[in-house]
Design a protein around this ligand. Structure first.
Ligand SMILES: *Cc1c(COP(=O)(O)O)cnc(C)c1O
Ligand code: SF4
Length: 357
């Protein structure tokens, strides 16, 4: 039943206890459960839960979706607002780090709450009260800034909006003459492929040129259901790109990343970014070193065609933007720390955190 996404979304596991019990995991004590949900809400669609191999304690699907006590342990390497989004928000709902493109936060919920998410504070699942007023201000800014060429809908996940609300946003953006491109960043095609209905696809098609950036992290997420959704989007003339977050235990191996990128290419999706994991509190268990990421990229270069190779990027703490870790913008210093030069030419001295092994 591809059309019942709303029911599937509503019936997702939002209780840590039930989600853990559903795959036979030990359930921690009541107060731990409460602390976990308080720090970052739990939401796992039953579809995504069904991809978990219950016998594997290190299952990559489970790691991404099930809460873990490790999230409660503060680490010295944590950075609140790790990528500087709060600092770079001129009006509520907008994040701007470039002159020609902005992120517009149209939703503060997701189809799943990924345990590694750096947008935890935004995507915390609170009610969307006030979102409309907030958007008025954001639209005003976009209308007045004639340097802008692209608006990227993000959140949360824009596809948690219903088709009419999404159409309304896209329609208003299309009426702004200086905008050339629209883009949607979404994980729904991965975590709730039923969301990619023919009706949704026809809304998106009417607002082309529109790029859809999806977020697959592991080849096992490329199920027949997910591929069918991708196929519908491609069929409607919507170019598809993928971003992956480099996650310890999930995809930090050349074999896994190779399988993921080939699977994406076969499905018509171009691997776009491999993000170095941010230092958001609660996500320490997923962090790898930059060196490890660079080694993985080296391995991938021998195995993938040029158009299948993602760019390995880091979002410089402090809001200086994303840079390619394999470019001159990232210089390793003698003591092993890094000099990272952001878009505005500001150089940041970056010391990697001590990682738990
Ligand atoms: C990542 C990001 C974008 C999009 O950047 P691209 O490199 O064009 O994908 C835009 N704005 C902000 C604030 C970002 O963090
Ligand atoms: S869908 Fe994206 S924004 Fe939402 S929790 Fe997952 S990674 Fe974060």
């Amino acid at each position: 039943m591809p059309h019942d996404w709303r029911r599937q979304h509503a019936q997702a596991y939002t209780s840590a206890e039930k989600a853990l019990a559903a795959v036979g995991r030990p359930v921690p004590a009541e107060e731990t459960l409460r602390a976990l949900t308080r720090s970052f809400a739990v939401r796992v669609p039953d579809y995504y839960r069904s991809l978990i191999a219950p016998d594997d304690p290190n299952d990559p699907i489970a790691l991404q979706s099930l809460p873990d006590e490790a999230e409660l342990l503060p680490l010295p390497s944590d950075i609140p607002d790790a990528v500087g989004d709060e600092a770079m928000s001129p009006v509520p709902g907008i994040v701007q780090k470039h002159g020609n493109r902005v992120i517009l936060l149209v939703s503060n919920t997701c189809t799943m709450y990924c345990r590694f998410c750096f947008r935890r504070p935004v995507a915390s699942g609170h009610a969307v009260d006030g979102l409309r007023d907030q958007l008025q201000q954001a639209f005003e800014l976009i209308r007045q800034d004639t340097q802008l060429r692209e608006v990227i809908l993000s959140g949360g996940d824009p596809l948690t909006l219903d088709d009419r609300a999404l159409e309304d946003v896209l329609h208003r953006l299309r009426a702004i003459p200086h905008l050339r491109l629209l883009r949607i960043h979404t994980r729904a095609p991965v975590t709730l492929p039923a969301r990619v209905t023919p009706a949704l696809v026809s809304v998106l098609r009417r607002h082309r040129p529109l790029h859809v950036v999806v977020h697959f992290n592991h080849p096992r997420e490329l199920t027949p259901e997910a591929r069918a959704g991708l196929h519908r989007l491609l069929d409607a003339g919507l170019p598809l790109l993928n971003q992956t977050v480099l996650l310890k235990g999930v995809n930090n191996s050349v074999d896994t990343l190779e399988a993921l990128c080939y699977g994406l290419l076969e499905a018509g999706v171009t691997p776009y970014y491999l993000h170095h994991c941010d230092r958001t509190p609660g996500t320490g268990r997923f962090r790898t070193s930059i060196d490890e990421g660079l080694r993985l990229m080296q391995g991938l270069k021998a195995r993938l065609p040029g158009h299948g190779l993602p760019r390995y990027v880091i979002d410089i703490p402090g809001g200086h933007g994303k840079i390619n870790l394999e470019s001159a913008a990232a210089q390793r210093l003698e003591d092993g720390s890094w000099q990272l030069t952001g878009l505005t030419g500001v150089s940041v001295h970056y010391t990697e955190p001590e990682l738990a092994v």
